[in-house]
Design a protein around this ligand. Sequence first.
Ligand code: SF4
Ligand code: SF4
Length: 346
Amino acid sequence: MDKIQNRANIRPNRCFFTWDIQYACNFKCSYCFFCNSWEEEKKKNRYPGLEKWKQIWDDICKKYGGGHVHISGGEPFCYPDIFEITKHLIKNFTVEFDTNLSWDVDKFMKEIGPERVKFAASFHPQFAKFEEHLVKIKKLKDAGYDFGINYVAHPTQLENMPYYKQKLDELHVSLDVMPFRGTYQGKEYPVSYTEEEKRLIESVDKNTASRMLEAYAPKKKEEQKNTDNSENNEKKTEQKEEVNKIQSDPNDSTAHYAKTNKHYHKLCRMGQMYTKILPNGDAYRCCLQKPEGLLGNLIDGTFKFYEEPKICVYDKCPCWVAMITDEEENWLFHWRTPKVRPFLNK
Ligand code: SF4
Ligand code: SF4
């Protein structure tokens, strides 16, 4: 067997798994990535049974240590045995759910404690009522679950954001605004947000949304000049020089990738410390899901992390917190959460 390095000594010091557990959902939001393809997507779902999932995650823990499993979808709480899977996972992993919170939170609280569970509970005004959502949020928050709310800044639902923010602030619950990525009325987003819309988004969420907008829809040059400090400018100049060097290399047949991917030809730890798992068990190096980035399949038992960071050779990078070596200041903050809490004595 290959020698496996101890992941606790490699930043971010534990493994991260984004697990798209299934492509199915009881909501049908118009801005969902899958809104036009649910029937096709559902064909990719695979359920090998509770015992098989227990064995798969136990094997991963033995090889790589515990870590953080971020369960997404679709809606994870429509997946068979999700409570039982969670109960087993939290023995070795922290678990985070992207969920629309449309399920029975009282039952969950009775069966699974708050110590190793985090919720990124999206609020979708097309299918949920804010006041009802707030009641569930308050219950879970009061019971001690790590908690945050995600909200899609679709052009049609920007207006009420400050109100939601105020109500959530009162409960000390954070609101992460996700810039809309898609097409609305013939315009591509997030690049089509007006400057006023961007300011509104940034005023509601100064951290995540601002960083995501910076990654996906950077400010115009004049504005950037006013907001960047000189240290950042120096760093950007260095990066630009590096990119220019690659672009001007006549022997590099893929030099044009450097124009579309600022991480091109850099060493990235995605695939060594992170994997994206699809509902059929296929695990990829990162969200880009390129065939050459396939790490194996969890259900078939062929999954393996890389043992070293590898150079990024892709034409674009979809990740705003890609684990680029020597650029930890740009991403480490994101991969620090949630904290691993010991179980309370009951
Ligand atoms: S709740 Fe989430 S997964 Fe379900 S339709 Fe809406 S955006 Fe898609
Ligand atoms: S596309 Fe981004 S996240 Fe994926 S390997 Fe390249 S740099 Fe890393």
